[in-house]
Write a protein that binds this ligand. Structure first.
Ligand code: MN
Length: 300
């Protein structure tokens, strides 16, 4: 079985923000393993635009994974980290019980931006941990025939990323040379999904262009990938995440009350700390919906 999950177009950081394609959460499928959020964007020509400008905002209960195909992003957070990322290196922010951060196109930039931002839901055993941020420039790269797979987080075919994660999962970039193909070993106990970030690939017999997320489900022991043009695909997988989640705005929690408390803390408290150096305003929380937020399972 497979499902092609179409994305929704969303303005990042407000109505005048950069357009991104959001494929997770999706209408019929909220999670792939612990992966609960996937935005892809670009290639965006930054000439005459401010590029990415997402002011200080809070997170709870998740990890953010930032990975670029082209360009640069400057990250600042309430722990005092200031880190630019470029293609080939990973920014991983673990919110734990609470952190705030901003993301922007640095003043000196290559004029183009293309990449993905993902969230990993933290399991109950880790979600109240202290916040952390790590940058990884040295990630495992594995050859599979004509493919080259970079392990961003988790592990693939026994090779583990140095980035800390808290549930069994994988996130990997598979790069395919022109006219190349190969087979990536998978774990049958994981569910998987694939997104073409650049080029156009054939994945398990499906033509997959940038845009939708191809959900493949569980029970697979291998993934065949080929491409006519140089292409890059993102492989996501993980053990099915069974805890129902309440996701609202930038928060991943377990109850309505927890989200209300996190929102109030951002509006009037100081537990999310302060982001220094961002030339712009912090993002206010939207109003709570009139109805109670309900926990939702991985399949809606
Ligand atoms: Mn964020």
């Amino acid at each position: 079985m497979s499902e092609l999950l179409e994305g929704a177009t969303v303005a990042l950081g407000g109505p005048r923000g950069m357009a991104v394609t959001r494929t997770l959460p999706n209408k019929g499928r909220r999670l792939v393993g612990a992966w609960c959020f996937l935005d892809s964007y670009g290639p965006e020509d930054l000439a005459g635009t401010p590029g990415m400008r997402v002011g200080p905002h809070p997170h709870i209960g998740l990890q953010t994974v930032s990975w670029l195909v082209q360009g640069e992003i400057l990250h600042r957070d309430s722990l005092g980290n200031l880190q630019e990322i470029r293609p080939g290196s990973l920014n991983l922010m673990t919110s734990g019980r609470g952190i705030s951060h901003s993301e922007e196109t640095p003043e000196v930039n290559s004029g183009v931006l293309q990449g993905v931002q993902l969230w990993v839901a933290l399991p109950s055993t880790a979600r109240h941990m202290a916040p952390a941020f790590t940058h990884h420039a040295d990630l495992p790269v594995l050859p599979f025939g004509g493919l080259s797979a970079t392990v961003l987080v988790g592990s693939l075919d026994g090779a583990a990323s140095p980035a800390a994660v808290y549930s069994p999962l994988v996130g990997a970039e598979i790069s395919v040379g022109a006219g190349s193909s190969g087979v990536v070993p998978l774990r049958p106990d994981f569910e998987y999904a694939v997104l073409t970030m650049d080029g156009a690939a054939e994945v398990e017999g499906h033509d997959l262009k940038p845009g939708p997320l191809l959900y493949l489900g569980e029970g697979h022991t291998s993934l065949s990938v080929s491409a006519g043009l140089p292409s890059r695909v993102l492989l996501l997988g993980g053990a099915p995440f069974e805890e129902p989640l309440v996701m609202w705005w930038n928060f991943v929690g377990r109850s309505h009350e927890e989200i209300v408390a996190a929102r109030a803390e951002w509006e009037t408290g100081d537990a999310f700390g302060e982001v220094h150096g961002y030339a712009g305003a912090r993002i206010p929380a939207p109003p709570m919906p009139i109805t109670r937020l309900l926990p939702r399972s991985r399949v809606r």
